[in-house]
Design a protein around this ligand. Structure first.
Ligand code: 4GM
Length: 228
């Protein structure tokens, strides 16, 4: 899968692509990442990429031209899935991540300041938000999306890191889990997990996952048929 990021702050990504699963995914050619700084496509002699809003008001807007020129410079941009990251987008979910794993090439456009010239929206496929809060820029949203998509790609996770047990994978949250020691400061591990009875263990885990989801995220259950 190809991932292209449009950003005024490419350096922000150096950490996430140099560590752990994303680093390994790049090394194993599971993803190919390119970062394009759209400031390089400014036609302004001072390399400005933003301007005052028509009609007045405080704040600056990102101009349409450098963004569209940057998009056009990307090989295969016409068929790539172009995603604009803004707080006004449709909310990103685990299912969105799953959908993106089917794409050959995604382009993530990260903005700053007060937003984009509205006409940027004629050149994209989807406007996405990672949640109801405002960030300084779209970069952290792009990182969250890339991370959640890449870990679902075949061979991105090792055997020990499989995603089948993830929260949300089957529409419920994870059940409580324990590792050694069996007792810590008086807190013990539920007996059933030590019993060796795999049928009982499976039953307990399903119950616990369901109870936890009912308590914490009943909204998830109303979307599935796992209520009883
Ligand atoms: C556009 C308009 C995404 C972009 C205003 C981007 C939050 C998200 C930005 C803006 C962002 C999100 C950049 N903030 N919830 N900031 O996915 O502030």
């Amino acid at each position: 899968m190809r991932v292209t990021i449009l950003s005024l702050f490419p350096e922000m990504f150096s950490g996430v692509f140099k560590e752990s699963i994303l680093k390994r995914a790049i090394q194993k050619d599971i993803i190919k990442v390119d970062i394009v700084n759209f400031r390089d496509f400014s036609t302004d002699k001072h390399k400005h990429v933003d301007d005052y809003a028509f009609g007045g008001g405080p704040g600056m807007l990102l101009s349409v031209e450098p963004i569209v020129k940057a998009l056009q410079s990307i090989e295969g941009f016409e068929t790539a899935w172009k995603i604009l990251l803004t707080p006004q987008g449709t909310t990103f979910h685990q299912n969105t991540a799953k959908e993106y794993t089917k794409k050959d090439h995604i382009i993530l456009i990260c903005g700053h300041y007060e937003g984009f010239d509205e006409r940027v929206r004629y050149f994209i496929d989807e406007e996405v938000s990672i949640g109801d809060y405002v960030l300084t820029g779209g970069e952290i949203a792009a990182m969250a999306i890339i991370d959640s998509v890449v870990r679902l790609l075949p061979d991105a996770l090792g055997k020990k890191e499989s995603f089948e047990n993830d929260s949300f994978y089957d529409g419920t949250l994870e059940c409580p889990q324990y590792t050694r020691p069996q007792e810590f400061m008086g807190y013990t591990v539920p007996e059933v997990l030590l019993s060796g009875n795999h049928q009982e263990i499976e039953k307990w885990r399903k119950e616990q996952a369901l109870n936890r989801t009912k308590e914490r995220r009943p909204d998830l259950l109303s979307k599935t048929d796992k209520k009883d």
